[in-house]
Write a protein that binds this ligand. Structure first.
Ligand code: FAD
Ligand code: DHB
Length: 391
């Protein structure tokens, strides 16, 4: 089998890339380890920055998002029973969109299959070869057979646990990492959500109330990294959420049937450089931001916009300078985004190792933000995301 660009992974990075290339007349094959229902059912991020919305629009795939997504204009941060309200359009002139990652993924998969473009599910990549040569190869199994896909370039979009990042020779890619001692327990509940995205830093830990529709709430609690689902009954979850949101009399947050749960360990991670030979890496395969700030999906889209522009230039002109500069171009945004998400994580969570001194500093920082429009603007402009630089 042969193609121009072999894409490993049908998450947001791989799927967006496949559409950007197809639109420019570049052939690609997407190879995904999991089944279609599994990929479409995976509940994850929910906040789309303007750059991500524009990318969907540019691809002509924004119709359902415009219909079903929810424009978000406010971000609240609660602490000590007080509330910081960030008026996003007032502070930045921009808004974000709440539209679940799995809905974006469904839209991208549907459109690719409708256009009869190759997307193989249950096709697990085992290794890559010849990354240094002109014809790098993807080795995978599909329908019980071992297959080889020969490419001009390989896009490693296979997430944190994929094989691409491990493929270059040892020592070429350096990992920079911080793993936290806590995780987020996320649930979907059939209940009316709060009007604004609301984070809370309480003495009992972090909580977040987000939404997916007028009737579905997406709710998160900071939990211990060693906790599992069984230690969190529905009653315990609701009790803790009310308490952490300063809703002690349980009148504000509406409870409902919890129909989905997931736990994500928090981590800040950057692998650099994001390329080796004819392998280009994007998304969670090379960086993880802790979830506060909702950046993971948006950063994956920013990477593949840069990658697509570089590949398009190469196929149109033969010029490789953008391809050679791919990693350097992306890493600037990657580090700025990881810095923001890491800063928000530090501002909003309870750290078991914090002394009373450090806890007081954290609360004083929140008091400062409450009283300073400049500090609110700093957070708001990073939350809505900076424009993509494709020069
Ligand atoms: P992924 O979405 O991970 O896609 C990678 C794809 O590659 C997967 O479909 C995988 O099956 C496939 N793959 C892996 N190995 C192979 C192989 N060997 N062969 C073929 N295919 C392979 N971000 C937020 O902003 N807010 C959140 O609330 C949030 N929650 C999250 C919860 C969880 C549990 C996780 C893991 C992430 C969460 N994120 C969140 C981050 C966000 O969802 C990711 O940043 C985003 O999915 C990145 O997209 P991606 O395409 O790079 O990677
Ligand atoms: C959501 C996820 C986040 O990580 C976040 O910071 C805000 C919202 C969400 O899933 O809606």
């Amino acid at each position: 089998m042969r193609t121009q660009v072999g894409i490993i992974g049908a998450g947001p990075a791989g799927l967006f890339l496949s559409h950007l290339l197809h639109r420019a007349g570049i052939e690609c094959v997407v190879v995904e380890a999991q089944s279609r229902p599994y990929v479409e059912g995976r509940v994850r991020a929910g906040v789309l920055e303007p750059g991500t919305m524009e990318t969907l629009e540019m691809l002509g795939l924004d119709a359902r998002m415009r219909r079903e997504g929810m424009v978000d204009e406010g971000l609240d941060i609660r602490f000590r029973g007080k509330n910081i309200h960030l008026d996003l359009p007032g502070l930045t002139g921009k808004r974000v969109m709440i539209y679940g990652q799995q809905e974006v993924v469904k839209d991208l998969i549907g459109a690719r299959l409708e256009a009869s473009q190759p997307l193989l599910f249950e096709a697990k990549v085992s290794r890559l070869s010849d990354l240094d040569g002109d014809r790098p190869k993807i080795h995978f199994s599909h329908d019980g057979r071992d297959e080889v896909l020969e490419c001009d370039y390989i896009a490693g979009c296979d997430g944190f646990h994929g094989v691409s990042r491990q493929a270059p020779p040892p020592g070429h890619i350096i990992n920079y990492e911080r793993v936290y001692d806590f995780a987020w327990l996320g649930v979907l509940s059939r209940s009316r959500p709060l009007g604004d995205m609301t984070y809370s830093n309480s003495d009992r830990g972090f909580a977040l109330c987000s939404r997916r529709s007028n009737a579905v709430s997406r709710l998160y609690l900071q939990i211990d990294a060693n906790d599992d689902h069984t230690s969190w009954s529905d009653d315990r979850f609701w009790g803790e959420l009310h308490a952490r949101m300063f809703d002690e009399d349980r009148t504000e947050i509406v409870e409902g049937e919890i129909f989905q749960r997931d736990i994500a360990r928090l981590r800040s991670f950057v692998a650099s450089p994001m390329q080796y030979g004819r392998l280009l890496l994007a998304g969670d395969a090379v960086h993880i931001t802790p979830p506060a700030g909702a950046k993971g999906l948006n950063l994956a889209v920013a990477d593949v916009r840069v990658m697509a522009a570089a590949l398009i230039e190469f196929y149109r002109t033969g010029n490789k300078s953008r391809l050679n500069g791919y990693s350097e171009k992306c890493l600037d945004r990657v580090w700025r985004t990881v810095r923001f998400a890491t800063m928000l994580t530090g501002l909003l969570h309870r750290f078991p190792e914090h002394s009373a001194f450090e806890r007081n500093l954290q609360l004083t920082e929140l008091e400062y933000i409450l009283g300073s429009r400049a500090a609110q603007t700093t957070i708001a402009e990073q939350y809505v995301g900076t424009p993509l630089d494709l020069t």
